[in-house]
Design a protein around this ligand. Sequence first.
Ligand code: SRM
Ligand code: SF4
Length: 577
Amino acid sequence: MKEKTQYVNFIKNSTQPLSDNERIKKTSNFLRGTITKDLNNNLTGGFNSDNSQLIKFHGMYQQDDRDVRIERTQQKLEPLINIMLRCRLPGGVIRPRQWLAIDDFSNKYTLYETIRLTTRQTFQLHGLLKPNLKKIHNLLHTIELDSIATAGDVNRNVVCTANPTESEYHYQVWEIAKSISKHLLPKSHAYAEIWLDGKKTESTESEPILSATYLPRKFKIAIAIPPINDVDVHANDLSFIAIKNNINKKIIGFNVLVGGGLAMTYGDVTTYPCKAREFGYINTQDILKITEAIVTVQRDWGDRSDRKHAKTKYTLIKVGVQTFKAEVERRAGIKFAPIHSYKFTHRGDCFGWIEDIKHDWHLTLFIENGRITNNNPNKLLKNGIRAIAKVHSGCFRLTTNQNLIISGVSPNNKYIIDNILKKYGISNHDSTPQRKASMACVALPTCPLAMAEAERFLPQFITKVENIMSKYKLEKNAIILRVTGCPNSCARAMLSEIGLTGRSIGRYNLYLGGDNIGTRIPRLYRENITEQDILNILDTTIGRWAKERRNNESYGDYVVRIGIVKPVINSEEDFYE
Ligand code: SRM
Ligand code: SF4
């Protein structure tokens, strides 16, 4: 305990130089910087380096098309700078009229003309040009959406279980997701001022929860409704696991988990993916107080010198669960009760039509890599969803697996939706269970951090994995398989049974042995290998799994049981063993 107290004192009195992002935030005048000046500068398509950090807090990333980067450099042209915008959509619910407006905008004003559903239940528009930025923010505003705090050192989009099998509870967790999102939003008027031509306010603002320098790093919150762990609780700084009263169908409270996170830096063993720790149980009415206390402890104790160690997972490991938890209880004035028992049994989406207790219908559609596009002439996905949005009176729910639920369809309208899907060639049946259990991050060409392909690599790679599955008569089975273009794990490869993380173009690290409910981190099996090497390994291990597995044993559990990889139990101690 002495050591932990010393760490907290060290943070208070730290003389380590702060990271440059701290300077940018501090001098930004509550996230304004000189964004407006850059916005009006027609000589460049981008923002200066400080402002390009600040626009993240307003939900935007400066990018360039990496496919044409070299060519443009040779032509002595500035890179094709453009902006990616990420919307704030707590719980992933979007109305058809909102969808139509976004769809229109993406057709008229984005370079790629796509809508990209993300692993955190929202959508991104890639390829916006600076002159169109105010247009998109004004549009979002008129349809009651915004992109505030979907990036930067703040609380990000709050995710919750969207699965229609849990419809009785969905509304309750969605309401909570919205209230947490609102509670933790920056209070600064900068967004309205810059993007919506809002009235200029004197700089007497304050950020009572986030502070004038905001959080040390991004912060993520999820709400899960067991038995489904679709939100991947262990990827989040703070997770709430709903405890249900099955008689009155009310959620009575939540188990609280803190300190999950998946990223690492290659070659730096002080960084690693981490599971969240159980803090205890709280009643539903205490959720905002507990959230605020956890966020402010991380705000005050998180590392502001070294961004690689700034996330809650490292703060928690440094001070220990007991010290962190005691401080949360002190600040919230609430004591955690012992954890209520809960069990996760799966986390994939439930594809196809499902009827809820009110006799409304919900259709979960598989969207490969979350990319809504018309690129395939035989499957005009974007046009098809647009056509549905025109007649649909319910809503759409985005899932954390990059899929789309057409939600709240009356029995009479079901056939209308089915006919539209048929007309546009959209079907769940053209994808195998293996394809539906696989996911990739965006990576190239837009992500500046990508070391290898992910979204553009996955479809063909899965075809090869499907061949292996059918060779061993496993067509009805699926392995959770995820690919990311770098070790940041945006498609949560570090919670998959087979995880690939990009090393360089065409080469990946292969991780094996996560479980299929998202409660075990996989272990590095082979480093920096080619697609063919990976397929050879999968052929052998999947073949053995087909023959030797016990009952319904998953691939991840099998490779751990027979010792192909040792399980990761406590990543800060054994991830690099
Ligand atoms: Fe992510 C950065 C895309 C979910 C961990 N992520 C990025 C950036 C913005 C690259 C950048 O910083 O310039 C990527 C933009 C690519 C592009 O062109 O669109 C990017 N992340 C994504 C999305 C779109 C992946 C997807 O295919 O759906 C997801 C958007 C989520 C959202 O809607 O808010 C996305 N990112 C995640 C997740 C998964 C999750 O949250 O469930 C993780 C791992 C969980 C975690 O945070 O530990 C994740 N992204 C990162 C990191 C590593 C952070 C760290 O702990 O060190 C970075 C890099 C960073 O922040 O410095 C990053
Ligand atoms: Fe980019 Fe890496 Fe995230 Fe993929 S995992 S989107 S490559 S930051």
